[in-house]
Ligand binder design. Structure first.
Ligand code: NI
Ligand code: MN
Length: 242
C-alpha cells in the first residue's frame, strides 16, 4: 500500500527521532543519523538494521551521531560527514576510504545518488568524558536519487531564509523536517519551512522523544491545513514507505 505514496521506488524507513534508512534504486543502503542504542523510539537494535553501505551524519550531537562508530565498524559502512567530524573519526582510527569528509555546498556521488551537504542553523559537538569536542557546523543533506526523486533532510535546524534557495535549486519532492521545538524548529516554523522549500511531501521528525519537545505532529498537521498541496506523511518508528 505504501508503494502508492511516492509512485517511485526509493524506500525510506524511520528509525525513530531523527534516524532514517534510505535504500536507493540500485540497492545502496544509506543510514542518516543512526541513534539507536539509547533512543527510546528505536524500533530495532543496531544489530538488526540490515545492510548499511553509507552513514550520513548531520552533526555531532549524541542523538544524531549516535551509534555511528559501532555500526560502521560492524557493517563496514563508509561515513559521510562534515570535515570536522571526519577528522574526529580519523582520530578514532577510521581509514580514509571509509571516511568521507565534505562541507556545505559540496556534493558527493555514490553510485547514481547525489548527496549535497546544505546549511542548517544549529550547533555541533561531541561530549567525551569531561571534554566537549567541537565538530564543525551542523548540516542538512539534499539527496537526489537516480530517478530524480529528491529528499531534503534538514537535520536539526531552526528556520532560515535560505531554505527558499534549497527549494529553488534542488526542488525536493520530500522534505524531512524537525518539528519538536526547544532544540529545533517548532510546528509553526516548520510550516514556513514548507512554504520556503515547496516539497510535495513532508515527513516530520525530532518530536516526542523527550518531554521538552512540545511540537507534535498533530499540531503540525493542523497548521499545514493552509497548505493542502503538501502531503504530510507521519511515520511510526520501524515503518517503511516507498
Ligand atoms: Ni542537535
Ligand atoms: Mn537533535
Amino acid at each position: 500500500m505504501f508503494a502508492k505514496i511516492f509512485d517511485k521506488e526509493v524506500s525510506i524507513t524511520f528509525l525513530g527521532h531523527a534516524g532514517f534508512k534510505l535504500v536507493s534504486l540500485e540497492g545502496i543502503n544509506f543510514l542518516i543519523d543512526p541513534w539507536i542504542k539509547d533512543n527510546p523510539q528505536a524500533p530495532v537494535g543496531s544489530e538488526n538494521l540490515g545492510p548499511v553501505d553509507y552513514i550520513l551524519i548531520s552533526h555531532g550531537h549524541a542523538d544524531h551521531f549516535g551509534d555511528t562508530v559501532e555500526i560502521a565498524n560492524k557493517t563496514g559502512a563508509t561515513v559521510i560527514s562534515i570535515h570536522e567530524i571526519s577528522q574526529y573519526l580519523a582520530l578514532k582510527g577510521f581509514s580514509e576510504e571509509k571516511n568521507v569528509g565534505m562541507n556545505k555546498g559540496g556534493t558527493v556521488i555514490i553510485g547514481e545518488t547525489r548527496i549535497t551537504m546544505v546549511h542548517a542553523i544549529h550547533s555541533s559537538s561531541i561530549t567525551e568524558g569531561d571534554q566537549i569536542i567541537y565538530t564543525g557546523e551542523a548540516a542538512g543533506f539534499v539527496i537526489r536519487f537516480k530517478n530524480g526523486f529528491t529528499v531534503y533532510y534538514a537535520g536539526d535546524t531552526g528556520l532560515f531564509g535560505d531554505m527558499k534557495l534549497i527549494g529553488n535549486i534542488y526542488k525536493p519532492d520530500l522534505a524531512i523536517l524537525p518539528i519538536g521545538d526547544h532544540y529545533v524548529m517548532g510546528p509553526e516554523d516548520a510550516v514556513l519551512a514548507c512554504e520556503f522549500v515547496k516539497p510535495q511531501y513532508v515527513i516530520p521528525m525530532h518530536f516526542g522523544t523527550f518531554p521538552v519537545f512540545t511540537g507534535t505532529p498533530e499540531k503540525f498537521k493542523d497548521l499545514m491545513k493552509k497548505m493542502p498541496e503538501v502531503k504530510i506523511v507521519i511515520m511510526n518508528p520501524g515503518e517503511t514507505i516507498q
